[in-house]
Write a protein that binds this ligand. Structure first.
Ligand code: HQG
Length: 181
């Protein structure tokens, strides 16, 4: 298993399955799926040659399980994190009483004013545990963890979704539901 190549392919897949499918001339359906065969052909043509075995390895070994095959294994999509317009089709579920959001200290002032916004993505991403939140936050700078009163939000009518890879998603988090330590 070539770890470096797996990471490289995973990054390219994130790019085309979440953000810029047009880069390699593919189209995602409304739930974000694309045929595995078409993806493989387009990937090979525009990036570098890979085969089905390598793709399966990337899907199976990806550290965050970012990608998933359809039940019949004919299609593939990113499980979350899109900026292109798609409906993932997750059913709303009741969240735990608290969830966490890892951000960077430099965003705090703005978050205190406008709450958590989904920015370029389709949802605000929340984590079930603080360690994951810290990792997410450190991608942006000095990490800072916010606790979200998700149980209260849910009771107030906000919908929550859990992606296939365990990320909690919601439309926005108003300031009133954020605990700033
Ligand atoms: C911040 C990774 C100013 C927000 C991770 C975050 C995650 C605000 C940044 C997934 C704000 C957006 C998502 C406001 C929110 N003012 N800043 N009002 N509201 N922000 O990358 O949550 O590796 O779009 O705190 O593991 O960091 O891609 O979101 O810092 O699951 O699979 O705006 O991405 O997964 O950044 O990360 P992002 P995120 P993958």
């Amino acid at each position: 298993m070539d770890e470096k190549k797996i990471i490289q392919t995973s990054k390219r897949l994130s790019l085309v399955l979440r953000h810029q499918p047009q880069l390699i001339g593919i189209e995602l359906d409304e739930q974000g799926w694309v045929s595995v065969e078409i993806l493989l052909q387009a990937f090979c043509k525009h990036f570098y040659p890979i085969d089905l075995e390598h793709l399966c390895e990337v899907v199976a070994n990806n550290n965050k399980k970012r990608f998933a095959f359809s039940e019949d294994t004919q299609k593939i999509r990113a499980s979350q994190g899109h900026s292109v317009e798609i409906r993932l089709g997750y059913e709303p579920v009741e969240p735990p009483v608290q969830l966490y959001h890892g951000t960077a200290t430099r965003f705090l002032e703005s978050i205190r004013k406008s709450g958590l916004q989904k920015q370029k993505r389709h949802h605000v991403h929340l984590s079930a545990d603080e360690d994951t939140a810290r990792q997410v936050g450190s991608r942006h700078g000095v990490p800072f963890i916010l606790t979200i009163k998700s149980g209260e939000m849910h009771r107030a009518g906000f919908a929550f979704f859990r992606s296939e890879n365990g990320v909690w998603l919601t439309e926005l988090v108003p300031v009133a539901y954020i605990i700033f330590p």
